[in-house]
Design a protein around this ligand. Sequence first.
Ligand code: ZN
Length: 285
Amino acid sequence: MDGVTETIDALAGLLAAGGVVVLSGAGLSTESGIPDYRGPSGVARRHTPMTYQTFTGDPVARRRYWARSHLGWHTIAGAAPNAGHRAVARLQRAGLVDAVITQNVDGLHTAAGSPSVVELHGRLAEVVCLGCGNLTSRWELHRRLREANPGFAAAAAAVNPDGDVDLPDEAVAGFTTVDCTFCGTGMLKPDVVFFGEAVPPARVARCFDLVDGARSLLVLGSSLTVLSGRRFVIRAARRGVPVAIVNQGATRGDGYAAVTVDAPLGVVLPALADRVAGEPVGSPV
Ligand SMILES: [Zn+2]
């Protein structure tokens, strides 16, 4: 038996024992065509991450964020769950995974049929008013931004076919942002946790409770660079809850892990689900 087989066997053993809590990150969604975001802000790796302080304090930076984000929304909204998300949902339905905590803001666990998901960093599909707290749908904002900026998307697409390149300053300067329609003046922000912004304490407490009650913690597709997610791995290790990590590349949690697997999630997870979930392949969601 080689090392890889032993590692997969150990992982299968943890899953088969049940009581698993999953902590997922950007690596789980890359196979859905979502860029590997460096953090919760939804700003891709080659750009400086937007902070809450910059977003709220700098009107030019905020206009740039919305202009780029307006162009990138179709990529996020059009993404479909991949084999990894579906495998997690199967493991949940089989009663082996109790809960999913995700650092991702794309909603793809829920789209894959996972019944219980804690979205640690919020959802890009919702928009919050920082004035009155009103929550609205991102599609509604998309419609308003499109109406406020006729021709903008087509003009930008001509310059930036992949929709993720720095827009020229003059293009950003011509972009019109909109405010909350509920209170009339409030600043709108994607309902996600930006860098420099704390995850709501009640949400963190719920995640700690889930980790404390877990039989094992399974990290999927996160390099655990951000303490926001890594703290749950540290907590599990301190409480004697075994940690397993499946990720492409090393992570900052490897030192806490009983099992680490460096392999594509879309290959490993369906194979594991086939082995332990006891549900026929291709059964309806
Ligand atoms: Zn408002």
